[in-house]
Design a protein around this ligand. Sequence first.
Ligand SMILES: [Zn+2]
Ligand SMILES: [Zn+2]
Length: 346
Amino acid sequence: MTSSMKAVVKTGPEYGAELKEIPVPDPASGQVLVKIQRTSICGSDLHIYKWNKWAENNVNPPQIMGHEMAGEVVALGEGVTSVEVGDFVSAETHIPCGQCYQCKTGLQHICVNMKILGVHTDGVFADYAVIEEVDVWKNDPAISARYASIQEPLGNAIDTIRAGEVAAKNVLITGAGPAGLLAIPVANAFGAATVIVTEPNDYRRDLAEKMGADFVINPLEEDLEALVAEVTDGVGVDFVAEMSGAAAAIKQGLKQITPGGRIALLGVPDGPVEIDLAPDLIFKGIDMIGVTGREMFQTWFIARRLLKEEKIDIEPVITHEFPLEDFAKGMELMESGNCGKIVLKP
Ligand SMILES: [Zn+2]
Ligand SMILES: [Zn+2]
């Protein structure tokens, strides 16, 4: 194994990142070293790249970027027993403390002392990366590295759709970014009766159709209320999966839910969102559910089954694959919105 590697490093508190040649890290006790086969760009990577307020408050450069990946274990730190050299793995990206109230009660994914791979620690946009043993997920060898790399956002989509108990129900997905797009085949695999998707970007509306949505509309130009009334016989949708974080989409989504229905929110708004609670939530008896990350590790088992049994086709969501060196091209595309998932190959 070589002693140096290339890595995409956030070098300072400003726009951009640099490709650097740096030493291959040593796995410490309880960690494994993984040779990265594929990695993929997440919305949070773009925030770190552009250096927004959230990044400023969470990231401490210099640091290697990235958290979504698939690769092969090449070395073990002291005390690692559940993983072997040669295992084909991906990484859960929430690093739980294991000691807090949440961790001790089966809620590791919302640990109060949570660290996130590639946000609070060195990430995976590199030839090699160090992963905590607790976060290592052994992939089924039948799953390709590019699909295995995007299981992390697929887990976000699974957790959101799961919250809706969508079997035989009418579902509205607001926002067709990568997580929204992945939510479409998941909703279909879970047995949704109809899947309606709203998305202002033309390119992503087109992708939403390819991913298997029944109805796809531009909420800024078309009449969502009329469409929902027609599709649901005037009842309204049973469940909204809010994937955009846009205040307008959250408000519009709430209005489409039938009384007694549910909304799960995965999209992260920039700031406070004003909701008219009495008519839109309280008097309609709506369940509102916050979703963060993925339940560990239930969502990974579901992702494995769906991929292995080909219950979902996620190929259309991977719109671009670049060499790692071209990460800046990937970031620009992400910023334009004219892409699905962008996969990088070291
Ligand atoms: Zn991600
Ligand atoms: Zn904890």
